[in-house]
Design a protein around this ligand. Structure first.
Ligand code: NDP
Length: 244
């Protein structure tokens, strides 16, 4: 299936590493003009070195005011990938308010905020658009030590649905991808222990974790006009984990 984003402007958050970085590069390969947003300048420097056409924006998305300022001049956006997130693992009884607030600020509040900024422009131009939120299998299945992360992703799935409901009439589609474990920096944090990894992998019918490209391909599909009638879905990219 050939997907072209020629003439489109895409914005990807959390584009410094992992899934977000690979998504930004894939979008550029498919012809999109890409704005990459993350908070570590060194990651943006290396990304631009790898693909000179990408426009870097360095901001901590947990900071509402700084985000507003950083994105005011990005111009019209057609495609948005809300990918940035943090995962602070703590047993439920040890969850601290600072980690709770940080996770909800990045994983939920920043998604709402960046989407508001982008969707206001889409609505004003009447051009429509497509938004993909990067959620997780953890939105729908309890995982040990993931109380806050699971709660943020559960909230994100519901946010995706309400955005789909309210933005749909403006021809703005909003969907999410919900991956299983991917061995990025974040994935390694929770699943490097081989025993832990084995217990998770046993519950995935395909018997493996997802590759970054598996997630990127699903994101590209949902961004593209190949999914024109798909709105408000939470698409598992989980080898069947959530089906069992
Ligand atoms: P990584 O940790 O590899 O990359 C996350 C990126 O987001 C980094 O570039 C990071 O920057 C950036 N980021 C984090 N917080 C902020 C912030 N406050 N402001 C700006 N940028 C920020 O994660 P993954 O690629 O693995 O994860 C991408 C998405 O996929 C996330 O939404 C995650 O929840 C989801 N996911 C991941 C899974 C996995 O197993 N890896 C499984 C299911 C879902 P920096 O490094 O500078 O903090």
């Amino acid at each position: 299936m050939e997907i072209s984003f020629e003439g489109k402007h895409a914005l990807v958050t959390g584009a410094g590493k992992g899934i977000g970085r690979a998504t930004a590069l894939a979008l550029a390969r498919c012809g999109a003009k890409v704005t990459a947003v993350t908070r570590t300048q060194a990651d943006l420097n290396s990304l631009v070195q790898e693909c000179a056409s990408i426009t870097p924006v360095c901001v901590d998305l947990a900071d509402w005011g700084a985000t507003e300022a950083a994105l005011q001049d990005v111009g019209p956006i057609d495609l948005l990938v809300n990918n940035a997130a943090c995962a602070n693992l703590q047993p439920f009884l040890e969850v601290t308010p600072d980690k709770f607030d940080q996770a909800f600020s990045v994983n939920v509040k920043a998604v709402l905020h960046v989407s508001q900024i982008v969707a206001r422009g889409m609505k004003a131009r009447g051009s429509g658009g497509s938004i993909v939120n990067v959620s997780s299998q953890a939105s729908q299945c309890a995982l040990r030590d993931h109380a806050v992360y699971c709660a943020t992703k559960g909230a994100l799935d519901m946010l995706t649905k309400v955005m789909a409901l309210e933005l749909g009439p403006h021809q703005i589609r909003v969907n999410s991808v919900n991956p299983t474990v991917v061995m990025t920096e974040m994935g390694r944090l929770g699943w490097s222990d081989p025993e832990k990894a084995k217990t998770m992998m046993c519950r995935i019918p395909l018997g493996r974790f997802a590759e970054v490209e598996d997630v990127v391909n699903s994101i590209l599909f949902l961004l593209s006009d190949k999914s024109n009638m798909t709105n408000g879905v939470t698409l598992p990219v989980d080898g069947g984990f959530l089906a069992c």
